[in-house]
Design a protein around this ligand. Structure first.
Ligand SMILES: NC(=O)c1ccc[n+]([C@@H]2O[C@H](COP(=O)([O-])OP(=O)(O)OC[C@H]3O[C@@H](n4cnc5c(N)ncnc54)[C@H](OP(=O)(O)O)[C@@H]3O)[C@@H](O)[C@H]2O)c1
Length: 295
């Protein structure tokens, strides 16, 4: 029994994971490029996460590139049987740290092989296709059928166990589901960014996991007077309240907060045990709602 068991479990695919997981992007260097400032701490963060019960880690071979996966392997290989590592493909890094599309069948196949090699696995539990339609500003429409078909073929060959999608619209999810079973969706969502409210509920009905990226607000963690106020009242931190709110928001939400520090990791994992009373929840629910415009 681990303290994070309080948050419960969910089954993306055929393996159950604890809803409180960990996102490894912050383990690469500044701008998610090159080596981290403190590699020993990065290794220690991963080992402590797993020792604390985390069995869902999100990564990509384009973090670094390669760096994050190499650190995961150094820290955790041979992997515990229950550890689910989820990766994503669809981009590559330029020498100037830029994020470039890598969408051809050859690019996607190479990306899966890069993940397998650098993680030291024979198969990847879940591979998300990360769409770059819309760039970094949010998802935009456009067919993703060709890319999902490539992943489905790699799944048939046994290199991928399950397929997920990231930075994606409801129409693209529908398109992908005509080609392959989709077990999770990873989009930008947090207490202050609620564009996917309707989508989360739809996916919940279909038993598909929703994994918000930037759950704490991303590179600039969320700030709000309501968040700070509730945190003060509950003797918690604003980041813990933001995570507890996500856990409460829907049962299919899986958390992958990112951090490069064990201090922040401990703080974040403790959010699994934070109870939000109804009055706090009502106050927090108001944070991300659009303000009605006059006229
Ligand atoms: N699919 C996609 O397109 C996509 C995009 C972005 C991210 N992701 C995935 O989602 C995961 C989560 O996103 P993220 O890591 O970018 O953003 P995040 O979890 O919202 O926030 C991470 C940021 O918050 C800081 N932080 C973490 N815990 C904190 C705490 N308790 N108090 C104060 N600051 C804290 C971290 O700095 P410290 O290192 O100093 O703690 C870091 O700057 C990533 O790790 C990655 O796996 C996916």
């Amino acid at each position: 029994m681990s303290r994070i068991d309080t948050a419960g479990t969910y089954r993306p695919g055929d393996r159950s994971v604890r809803r409180m997981g960990y996102g490894a992007m912050q383990l690469a260097g500044s701008g998610v490029f090159g080596p981290p400032r403190d590699r020993e701490e990065a290794v220690a963060v991963l080992r402590e996460a797993v020792a604390s019960g985390v069995n869902h880690i999100d990564t990509s071979d384009y973090y670094g590139p390669h760096v994050t996966n190499e650190i995961i392997r150094e820290a955790l290989h041979p992997y515990p049987d229950d550890l689910v590592i989820v990766t994503k493909v669809g981009a590559r890094r330029g020498e100037d740290a830029s994020w470039l599309p890598a969408l051809s069948p050859e690019d996607l196949t190479k990306a899966v092989h890069d993940n397998l090699r650098n993680l030291g696995r024979d198969a990847i539990e879940v591979v998300n296709f990360r769409s770059l339609h819309g760039g970094h500003s949010g998802p935009d429409e456009g067919s993703i059928g060709r890319e999902v078909a490539v992943l489905a073929e790699l799944q048939r060959k046994g290199l991928i166990r399950h397929i997920g999608l990231s930075n994606i619209t409801a129409a693209q999810i529908r398109e992908a589901r005509t080609i392959a079973q989709i077990v999770c969706v990873q989009n930008f969502y947090n207490i202050a960014r609620r564009d996917d409210d309707g989508l989360i509920d739809e996916l919940d009905r279909d038993r598909i996991a929703y994994v918000p990226f930037f759950p704490l607000g991303g590179f600039t963690p969320s700030q709000s007077s309501d968040l700070s106020d509730v945190a003060r009242r509950l003797d918690a931190t604003p980041m813990q309240v933001a995570l507890a709110w996500l856990l409460k928001r829907a049962p299919n939400i899986l958390l992958i907060p990112g951090t490069s520090s064990r201090t922040h990791l401990r703080e974040n994992l403790a959010a699994a045990e934070l109870e939000l009373p109804d009055d706090a929840l009502a106050q927090l629910n108001g944070i991300g709602r659009p303000v009605p415009q006059p006229g």
